[in-house]
Design a binder for this molecule. Structure first.
Ligand code: HAM
Length: 413
C-alpha cells in the first residue's frame, strides 16, 4: 500500500481537493457571503490568477517574493500567482474604472497563493472573499466596510467572533513621537503585530526610544475608552456610525499592525478564538495604492475574509450546513420500462426540477439505497401496471409513504 502510494501522483503540498460534500458547503457559504455583499450594494469584479510580480513588489519590496509563487514565464517575464487581491483590484481600477462614478464598491471571490508552511487553516492555495470601497468619504466608507465584514460573518452562522479595530497611522505616530523615525519603524511592526512586547522593549531600548510609553499604549485594549490613549485617530466617528448600524461588539486595539504594508489608517482583524493558531478569519483597513500604480490618490478601504478559515470555524462549531437534495430519482421496474422511464426523466428535467435515473441496472432495493445516498426527496417507480393506468408510483423517501400520481401532477408540483 505504502509502495503504491509512493508511485501515485499526489496533489502539491498545501493544496486541497474538495469532494462533492465539501463543495456543497463551500458553494453554500459562497452564496451567503455573495448575497450579503449584494445586499450592501457591492458589485463583483474578477482579475487574473497571475500578475506581473512587480504589482506585488512595488509596495512591499523584493522580500515578499519569498512568500509568493514567483517565476519566469516562457517569454522571460516575471510572473507571480496572486498572494491576495487588493493590489490586483487597484490595478483593475487604474486600468478600467478610474472614470467610473464614485464611490466604487467592488467585491471578489478568488483563490490566492502563498508559499507558506502549511497547517490546519494555513494553505498554499486558499480562497479570499473580499471587497474594496474606492472614493467614499473616509468615515462613511469605513463604517460601511466594518458593518459589512460583521454582517457577512454573522450571516454565515459564525459564533463567537471578535472584531478588533486599530489605526496604523496612529501607531506610526506613536512610534515617531517617542523617538522612532518613520524609516526605522518597519522592523518593529512584526514584533508589534505578534504582541511580542519583550522583543519590542528590547528593540526600542537598543534604539534609545521611550519603550515605557509605547508598550503601555500598545498593550491596552478594550472598549471606546481606549481611544483616549490614541488621540486624533478619527475612530470615534467611525464607532458612532458602526453603533448606528447595530454593531456594538468590537474591541479597540492600538497594536494592530497588519502583515501587508499598504495600510495607512484604520485597520481591523476578526478572530475566532476557538481556532487556535490560525484564528484570524478576516482582515483589512484603509490604504493607499492607486497613486503607486499611476492614478490619482483615492480614499480606499477594504477587507478580505479567509473563506477556508470560516469553513474550518463553522465545522469546529458544529454548524448546520444545508444539504442539497435531488427532487426525483427514477427507477424503471424492469428493462421493459426503461424507455418510458427516460421520457419521465426528461419531462421532469425539462420542467426545471432535478432528477436522476438508475444507470447501472441495479435491482430495486439497491436502487432505493443509492437514491437515499443522493438525498432524493422522492423516488418515482415506473412499472408495467402503473403505465397501463397512466400513473407513476411516487415514494416519499423521508416517510416511506407511497402514492400514485400522474406525470403532469409531478411536474406542476
Ligand atoms: P490578509 O490578512 O493577508 O489580508 O488576508 C486576509 C485573510 O485571508 C486572513 O485574515 C486569513 O483569514 C486569510 N488567509 C491569509 N493567508 C492564508 C493562508 N495561507 N491560508 C488560509 N487563509 C489565509 C489581505 O490579503 C488584504 N488584501 C485584505 C484587504 C483587502 N485589505 C484591504 N483590502
Amino acid at each position: 500500500m505504502a509502495q503504491q502510494q509512493k508511485n501515485t501522483v499526489q496533489k502539491p503540498r498545501g493544496t486541497r481537493d474538495f469532494v462533492p460534500r465539501e463543495m456543497e458547503k463551500r458553494r453554500w457559504l459562497e452564496g451567503v457571503i455573495r448575497g450579503t455583499m449584494e445586499r450592501f450594494g457591492f458589485r463583483e469584479a474578477a482579475t487574473p490568477a497571475f500578475e506581473h510580480t512587480e504589482l506585488f513588489t512595488m509596495r512591499s519590496g523584493p522580500g515578499i517574493i519569498n512568500d509568493m509563487y514567483a517565476f519566469k514565464d516562457k517569454g522571460g517575464r516575471d510572473i507571480s500567482l496572486r498572494p491576495e487581491l487588493t493590489a490586483p483590484i487597484i490595478r483593475l481600477y487604474v486600468e478600467e474604472l478610474v472614470s467610473a462614478p464614485k464611490p466604487l464598491k467592488l467585491f471578489y471571490f478568488g483563490n490566492c497563493f502563498r508559499y507558506e508552511n502549511p497547517q490546519k487553516g494555513r494553505y498554499r492555495e486558499f480562497w479570499q472573499f473580499g471587497c474594496e470601497i474606492l472614493g467614499a468619504k473616509k468615515v462613511s466608507g469605513e463604517v460601511e466596510l466594518l458593518t459589512l465584514a460583521h454582517e457577512a460573518l454573522r450571516a454565515s452562522g459564525l459564533k463567537k467572533f471578535v472584531m478588533r479595530i486599530g489605526h496604523v497611522g496612529v501607531l506610526r505616530r506613536l512610534l515617531e513621537d517617542n523617538g522612532i523615525a518613520k524609516e526605522k519603524q518597519s522592523p518593529l511592526m512584526p514584533l508589534i503585530d505578534k504582541k511580542n512586547y519583550d522583543g519590542l522593549k528590547q528593540a526600542l531600548e537598543e534604539m534609545k526610544a521611550d519603550a515605557g510609553t509605547i508598550v503601555e499604549v500598545l498593550s491596552s485594549s478594550g472598549g471606546r475608552e481606549v481611544l483616549k490613549k490614541v488621540p486624533n485617530s478619527g475612530l470615534d466617528e467611525v464607532l458612532d456610525g458602526l453603533e448606528d448600524c447595530g454593531v456594538m461588539d468590537y474591541i479597540i486595539e492600538p497594536s494592530i499592525a497588519r502583515g501587508l504594508d499598504y495600510y495607512t489608517g484604520m485597520v481591523f482583524e476578526v478572530d475566532v478564538p476557538d481556532l487556535g493558531a490560525e484564528k484570524q478569519v478576516c482582515g483589512g483597513g484603509s490604504y493607499s495604492l492607486a497613486e503607486l500604480f499611476g492614478a490619482e490618490n483615492i480614499e480606499s478601504t477594504g477587507f478580505a475574509i479567509g473563506f477556508d478559515r470560516v469553513l474550518v470555524a463553522l465545522e469546529a462549531q458544529n454548524a448546520d450546513f444545508p444539504t442539497r437534495a435531488l427532487d426525483y430519482y427514477i427507477i424503471p421496474m424492469g428493462p421493459g420500462q426503461r424507455r418510458e422511464a427516460l421520457k419521465v426523466l426528461t419531462a421532469i428535467r425539462n420542467a426545471g426540477r432535478s432528477a436522476d435515473i438508475d444507470l447501472s441496472d441495479r435491482n430495486f432495493s439497491k436502487a432505493l439505497k443509492y437514491a437515499s445516498g443522493l438525498n432524493a426527496r422522492e423516488t418515482v417507480l415506473v412499472g408495467e401496471e402503473e403505465l397501463k393506468k397512466g400513473v407513476l408510483t411516487v415514494k416519499d423517501m423521508a416517510t416511506g409513504k407511497q402514492r400514485e400520481a400522474r406525470l403532469d401532477e409531478l411536474i406542476r408540483k
